[in-house]
Write a protein that binds this ligand. Structure first.
Ligand code: GLY
Ligand code: MN
Length: 463
């Protein structure tokens, strides 16, 4: 974890943004895989990590926004635990490491909340996303967990989003480390991308890298020759010449800051003319979107810029036609790129998505579009220094979507359906980098990862 001053400072900032009441931050518990004592790899709740730093199961943090009191609730280990797990710090020792002097066993939490409820005090909590946390909160608030009437606190969500959205130097340096782990993962995947290799071998190898250099992957590896499926977690294909492999994979550092990088590699390491045609368009969208990113420009502006570059490039190839600005305004290009340009990155790969995407990326003035494609844009607001984003344009040939639009005659003024067949073998191409918004503009995080045709072919030619 960082030094205790970091957590003291974050909680103090939070207190200054909250009017009154009590903030309750349940850390995660172990999650059983197939029987209680055989859990999944533990992942701490990101908000608990942000405010209390500890990467251990079974703790709840509490901040009283009226009195300033802060308490870490948790149980000390007994001798049986120590026999199986080795010597463990006491709750008091853990609390001191994040700058808290008051501790109590978990059984005291109920009494504390009972007292607060009897005094009609507001209990603020963030949206629970695990069943056991929801049951615990419902039990403390004397509610039915299925039909909980006490809702997560919008005031607390907004305060946490405002804090976590802007990354400080410590956090940026962690994210850069995570990108450098991803660099190892992606260069390894590129070198392994040869005909006859099973996708699973590559997916396993790069997951191993994430585990050997940090806390593992920041989301399940997406790696497939069928890159037209945006989040393809199946790795059953044997790689074939003439196809392309999309690898969308990132890592967490040991402190759980994430990276999220995508590269697309031709199987065998050399691009065909056809592959290069589409690849260069996506690369141009990636580079120009990154170059245009700076404070004051919005992620929506950058998204639309990338879409116009994509549509313009496809028009040059004869796959789209008509007025490009009009095509993008109406959403015709979404046949080829049905997702948003990117998302925030931090302790979560889709940072703070669990708090509600509309609280993170939209506000009362800027509302989410309902248009197919644009509706999936996770963030539409202007950038400010300290924001960390992914920039991930793509171009996909999704047979089911193409068939359905073609049958409807949808956007036939903008799409040359008859020309698409030739490109279907491409599947999908996505190129994703992670950027920091700086006072002057932006910075691409981490050491460069091959992404031009020449760089990828050069890396793949190394044995
Ligand atoms: N890397 C997966 C995603 O951004 O959704
Ligand atoms: Mn991403």
């Amino acid at each position: 974890m960082f030094s205790k001053e970091v957590y003291v400072g974050r909680r103090s900032e939070l207190r200054s943004r909250m009017k009154d009441g009590i903030g309750l931050f349940p850390g995660n518990a172990e999650a059983p895989m197939n029987y209680p004592a055989n859990p999944y790899r533990f992942r701490q709740d990101s908000d608990f990590l942000y405010f209390f730093g500890h990467d251990l199961p079974g703790f709840t943090g509490l901040v009283d926004f009226d009195s300033g009191e802060e308490i870490l609730f948790g149980n000390d280990f007994d001798m049986d635990d120590i026999v199986w797990m080795g010597p463990q710090p006491t709750v008091r020792e853990l609390a001191l490491r994040c700058g808290i002097t008051d501790t109590a066993p978990l059984s005291e939490l109920r009494k504390y909340i009972d007292r607060a409820l009897s005094e009609n005090r507001r209990i603020h909590f963030l949206p629970p996303y695990r069943g056991d946390t929801r049951i615990m909160l419902a039990s403390l608030l004397k509610e039915n967990p299925i039909s909980m009437k006490t809702l997560p606190s919008v005031e607390l969500i907004k305060a946490v989003v405002s804090l976590r959205s802007v990354k400080d130097e410590l956090e940026i340096s962690e994210i850069e480390k995570a990108v450098d782990i991803a660099r190892e993962m992606h260069t390894t995947a590129m070198k392994m991308c040869r005909p006859g290799v099973k996708e699973q071998e590559i997916a396993g190898a790069i997951e191993g890298i994430a585990l050997s250099m940090g806390a593992g992957t920041s989301f399940p590896v997406i790696l497939s020759m069928d890159g037209q499926t945006l989040h393809n977690h199946s790795h059953d294909n044997i790689l074939e010449t003439g196809r392309m492999m999309v690898t969308d994979a990132g890592a967490e550092t040991n402190l759980h800051y994430a990276s999220d990088i995508t590269r697309t590699t031709p199987v065998g390491g050399r691009f065909s003319t056809l592959q290069k045609e589409i690849y260069e368009i996506v690369l141009k969208a990636n580079i120009e979107a990154i170059n245009a990113s700076r404070p004051g420009v919005s992620n929506l502006d950058i998204h639309l810029l990338a879409c116009r570059i994509l549509a313009g490039g496809l028009k040059e190839l004869g796959l789209m036609k008509g007025d490009i600005d009009e095509a993008v305004a109406l959403g015709a290009h979404a046949l080829f790129m049905p997702h948003g340009i990117g998302h925030m990155l931090g302790l979560d790969v889709h940072d703070m998505e669990g708090l509600g995407e509309n609280f993170v990326g939209y506000n009362d003035e800027i509302r989410r579009s309902e248009q197919f494609g644009l509706a999936f844009l996770r963030f539409a607001l202007p950038y400010v220094p300290g924001h960390v984003f992914t920039i991930e344009p793509g171009c996909y040939f999704i047979p089911e979507l193409i068939e359905s639009w073609k049958a409807e005659g949808k956007f036939s003024d903008f799409i040359s359906y008859g020309k698409l067949e030739k490109y279907m073998s491409i599947g999908g191409i996505r190129i994703e980098d992670n950027i920091l918004i700086t006072e002057e503009g932006h910075k691409v995080l981490g050491s460069p990862i091959p992404k031009t045709v020449r760089e990828i072919e050069e890396l793949c030619s190394r044995t």
